[in-house]
Ligand binder design. Structure first.
Ligand code: PPE
Length: 304
């Protein structure tokens, strides 16, 4: 997507004009992928803008940073406040939020340890990730020829910039084949996730999703959907899935902060069909939750 510019970006503790939020070309992360980030959404509610599970996202941010021995220099609470300030000062009713921490400028060579840590928070309006149509009619996806990186290589459980080289390969391939998204398998052939979404299937009324141990990002939307499914009395299993489980599923959907809850219409040309009843039920409840229309999930929203 082309970026819609807003007024300010938070950089190392200060709000700076959008055009001034720059780094040096010798920033360590640009060369070696030594960055971690988050993706968060702020929704318009009757009580004003509210951020969905903001604290949990910032906790994950801190955990990702810890893997690179990065000290963010701000507590989770301070980063939560920084996000709220950035949204307020940009006067946005709703937006996507991208906190980023990188190993910065000053040292070259693979060892990141001496490079300074630079933290930023950018916000911008981001309507729908795979298109409005996708939320209603679903998307066509394909199994990627690219494998998910191993848990002992670039761990999928960490939201690192480097992870997205793998996602980028799969996304380019998917788009070239006419698919909206590519689904990656791990080396054992187990289904992992899309390039920016977790994945669920439904068969005979039972919902299944790959376990964290197969190598996925532990999505906050994934967790929210598991809680909602439980509340709606749908059984949910975390179990390894193989590609034929996708081809034979009654329903498939993907989840992510940017993508939200997107039905899958076909996989490699195997038709799953329009969004099924379970997908629609979960999607409806998720959208009520994020928009502050369902008091049962009120604690997931942090007012700006
Ligand atoms: N897996 C991957 C690989 C992934 O990138 C995301 C989020 C998820 C699962 C779902 O995680 P969660 O958002 O916590 O439910 N992808 C983010 C970045 C997308 C992008 O294109 O950039 C997002 O949705 O914000």
């Amino acid at each position: 997507m082309a970026l819609p510019e807003v007024e300010f970006i938070w950089m190392d503790g200060k709000l700076v004009p959008w055009a001034d939020a720059k780094v040096h070309v010798l920033t360590h992360a640009l060369h070696y992928g030594t960055g971690v980030f988050e993706g968060i959404r702020c929704y318009a509610t009757d009580d004003g803008p509210a951020v969905f599970r903001l604290t949990e996202h910032m906790q994950r941010f801190e955990r990702s940073a810890r893997m690179l021995f990065m000290d963010l220099g701000y507590s989770v609470d301070e980063m939560v406040e920084a996000v709220k300030t950035t949204i307020r000062e940009n006067d946005l009713p709703a937006c996507y939020i991208r906190p980023l921490a990188v190993r910065g400028y000053g040292f070259m060579g693979v060892d990141p340890i001496n490079s300074p840590v630079q933290v930023s928070i950018a916000v911008w309006p981001w309507e729908s990730y795979l298109g409005e149509e996708a939320l209603v009619h679903g998307v066509d996806v394909g199994i990627s020829s690219w494998r998910q990186r191993s848990i002992n290589a670039i761990p999928p459980g960490i939201k690192s910039s480097a992870s997205y080289l793998n996602s980028g390969f799969a996304k380019i391939e998917a788009n070239r084949h006419g698919y909206a998204e590519g689904i990656m398998l791990n080396e054992a052939g187990h289904v992992c996730e899309g390039t920016g979404e977790n994945l669920f299937i439904v068969r005979d009324g039972v919902i299944s999703t790959p376990p964290v141990s197969d190598g996925i990002l532990e999505g906050i939307t994934r967790d929210s959907i598991m809680v909602i499914a439980d509340d709606l009395d749908y059984p949910v299993l975390e179990e390894s899935l193989v590609r034929t489980d996708l081809y034979m599923a009654d329903e498939i959907f993907m989840t992510g902060t940017a993508a939200e809850v997107v039905p899958v219409r076909s996989v490699d040309g195997h038709v799953i069909g329009d969004a099924g009843p379970v997908t629609l039920d979960l999607q409806k409840t998720y959208f009520s939750a994020v928009r502050g229309q369902d008091p049962a999930y009120g604690e997931w929203l942090e007012r700006v």
